[in-house]
Design a protein around this ligand. Structure first.
Ligand code: G
Ligand code: G
Ligand code: MN
Ligand code: NA
Length: 256
């Protein structure tokens, strides 16, 4: 209860923050996009992990206001970066969206509203959802995802390979991107010759006209291997840790 109250107060006082992590095009090394990750540093509690506060936000319904706020900040920031760095190939801002929010009656309007308010090109917003969304209410999920796709927004299936990973989700829902879970990249680290599963995921995604982002890349060797296996994009500490908007502006300035 206390933590719920603290989260509500931090949200209202605009004391939440966003860390941005670059996504890299593996063929060129270009920074092509970002993932926006919510951060909470409470004055007394200290930093609280999203693994803790996101479930609390979901249970209490605060997640809708939290993600609305985060969407606005992240989309406005991306629009600003695209204006500031027109020569850079900045394609998308990814935002994680809870199944609770997708199922909420305002979801489609929330997405429409943030595009209107920030003037971000719809195709530059990528929404990351996990397969738990499709498991519980596939009918409503499909309808909602199709409605935001119709605005031109992109959709990404996050944490692919960690749950049931039904191929039918990729086939039946309008995803543009699949995020290969970190656990596969970690497994490649342990047994680099054993590339079968990752190779198969990438081949399957390509055959469905879906691009892949390999997550959790921590070394140059892993980046090279994922590029060789055909993943379009990569994300991980090797390229950059999540950082503040100012950190990213410095990176973009250096790349421009
Ligand atoms: O870097 P990291 O500790 O930020 O993220 C931990 C988890 O929290 C990840 O699964 C990430 O998707 C999730 N997460 C971070 N920010 C948000 C958010 O704004 N909404 C939702 N639903 N999940 C988030
Ligand atoms: O579930 P989702 O993919 O949204 O969560 C992303 C999480 O992965 C965040 O907690 C982020 O900080 C973390 N992360 C990003 N890059 C790396 C990496 O290279 N190694 C590890 N261990 N974690 C990473
Ligand atoms: Mn994610
Ligand atoms: Na993920």
């Amino acid at each position: 209860w206390q933590i719920e109250t603290a989260l509500r107060q931090s949200l209202e006082a605009q004391q939440l923050a966003i860390a941005y992590q670059p996504v890299t095009q593996l063929s060129s090394g270009d920074m092509i996009g970002f993932e926006a990750l919510c951060r909470w540093h409470h004055p007394q509690l200290g930093p609280v992990s999203p693994e803790i506060f996101i479930p609390i936000a979901e249970e209490t319904g605060l997640i809708v206001a939290l993600e609305r706020w985060l969407l606005h900040q992240a989309c406005a920031q991306m629009q600003h970066w695209q204006q500031q760095f027109p020569a850079l190939p900045l394609a998308f801002m990814s935002v994680n969206i809870s199944p609770v929010h997708v199922m909420h009656p305002t979801f489609v309007a929330d997405i429409h509203q943030v595009l209107q308010a920030t003037h971000l090109a719809p195709a530059a917003l990528k929404l990351e959802v996990t397969e738990s969304l499709m498991m519980h209410n596939p009918g409503v999920a499909r309808e909602r995802l199709q409605q935001v796709r119709a605005f031109g927004v992109q959709l990404s299936l996050d944490d692919f390979g960690t749950g049931y990973s039904s191929l039918s989700y990729l086939h039946q829902f309008p995803f543009n991107t699949l995020k290969i879970d970190q656990s596969f990249v970690h497994q490649l680290r342990a047994t680099p010759h054993d590339t079968g599963i990752v190779r198969a995921i990438i081949a399957m995604a390509h055959s469905l006209n879906i691009q892949t982002i390999a997550e959790g890349i921590e070394t140059a060797d892993e980046a090279a291997l994922l590029a060789q296996l055909g993943s379009h994009y990569g994300q991980g500490y090797y390229f950059a840790r999540p950082g503040s908007a100012d950190d990213m502006t410095r990176r973009l300035t250096a790349a421009a």
